[in-house]
Design a protein around this ligand. Structure first.
Ligand SMILES: Cc1cc2nc3c(=O)[nH]c(=O)nc-3n(C[C@H](O)[C@H](O)[C@H](O)COP(=O)(O)OP(=O)(O)OC[C@H]3O[C@@H](n4cnc5c(N)ncnc54)[C@H](O)[C@@H]3O)c2cc1C
Length: 332
């Protein structure tokens, strides 16, 4: 780990089902949210009450610490330092690390899982192109309050994306998704104006991967999380899929068949990701299509299928199929 003191810019929203699935305690959870608020470009509001699950908002500092602690307890040894290079000896890999204390360290490994985020140096060192990404600009606004995870749509502040207000421990994390970095501050300010909030001037820009069905394995190196662009299109949810992809990658290594990782990932998630990508391309085009999406999601049957798909990650194919049936007719 290069810098465990750095806090990843993130809304920290994770479906409660993920905590059950991975046996993670609630110790890093700072808020439990039971509803979503969608606001269309024209201002139409759509409240979605969650049933069968909640959105847990975590402190990323505490949550990331908790995951590192769980890994240590399971036998992992944490090295504080930066991955610099990788050399394939034919038999194993030699990984060059610059440790936090300034010294160099070499680690030999039969397999490597590159899970070093959107700007993955492991990807780069393996000769793969960087993942595609969209920009975000966000800030913790201490005097903001909200009792739902809010998603606001409009081309004026979130071109082909959305702006959000997520309740946090102290205030809210407020942000906006963007296609162009040059408009970041301007779009963010536009959203603050719409939502009636004031910046403290402590905003941060960061990238979020744009999913594409790309390389998951090269040689004996497997990629997981943002380094593999495992972020759900449209919702931009990445934490669950990072944990899940690391789990599937390690399962494949333990089974002695690294290509199993690709098979498991595709079987479990590819159709969902592809479908969400189609929805994103269709509904995030402009104000008219965003307006339509918010209005479709007011339909109780569609809401139910959508929430099941989002909150119940282990839900069977039927939830996906009913969702595809409902939405499919709007896509053609
Ligand atoms: C503004 C914003 C809001 C978001 N909100 C949400 C949300 O509410 N819910 C959600 O599910 N997802 C959200 N996401 C997405 C989510 O943050 C990511 O998908 C998720 O953190 C990816 O996890 P990861 O472990 O793959 O990468 P990261 O969380 O980026 O972790 C990568 C780790 O690798 C380390 N590292 C990097 N390079 C090196 C190196 N060379 N050597 C050693 N270590 C290195 C980093 O220090 C870091 O600890 C959001 C993203 C953004 C930008």
């Amino acid at each position: 780990e290069r810098d465990s003191g750095r806090i990843k810019p993130c809304g920290g929203g994770i479906p409660s089902s993920a905590f059950e699935e991975f046996g993670i305690s609630d110790s890093a959870v700072i808020k439990k949210i039971d509803k979503l608020l969608l606001v269309s470009p024209s201002g139409r509001k759509n409240i979605m009450n969650l049933s069968g699950g909640m959105i847990n908002i975590v402190s990323r500092r505490l949550f990331d610490e908790q995951l590192r602690e769980m890994a240590s307890q399971a036998g992992a040894e944490l090295v504080k330092g930066e991955f610099r290079k990788i050399r394939d000896t034919g038999k194993d890999y030699v990984i060059g690390i610059r440790q936090k204390n300034g010294t160099s360290l070499e680690v030999r490994a039969d397999y490597v899982i590159g899970c070093d985020g959107v700007h993955s140096m492991v990807r780069q060192a393996m000769g793969l192109s960087p993942v595609n990404y969209v920009y975000t600009y966000s800030e913790i606004i201490r005097d903001a309050s909200a009792d739902a995870c809010e998603f606001w749509f409009s081309e004026s502040h979130a071109e082909r994306s959305y702006s959000w207000v997520f309740p946090g421990g102290e205030g809210c994390l407020v942000g906006t998704g963007l296609r162009s970095r040059s408009k970041a501050r301007e779009s963010f300010d536009e959203f603050l104006k719409r939502r009636g909030l004031k910046s403290n001037g402590a905003g941060r820009g960061y990238m979020i991967p744009e999913w594409k069905d790309g390389d998951l394995v090269k040689g004996r190196v497997l990629f997981a999380g943002d380094a593999a662009a495992h972020v759900m299109p449209l919702s931009y949810e990445g934490i669950y899929y990072s944990m899940k992809s690391a789990h599937l990658a390690s399962t494949a290594i333990i089974e002695g068949n690294i290509l199993l990782y690709i098979k498991l990932w595709h079987k479990r998630f590819k159709s969902r990701f592809r479908f969400m990508k189609r929805l994103e391309s269709h509904f995030m085009q402009n104000n008219r299509t965003m307006e339509k999406m918010v209005s479709i999601l007011a339909n109780p049957a569609i809401q139910k299928a959508f929430l099941k798909l989002w909150l119940k990650k282990d839900s069977d194919k039927n939830a996906l199929l009913s969702y595809i049936r409902f939405f499919g007719k709007y896509l053609n």
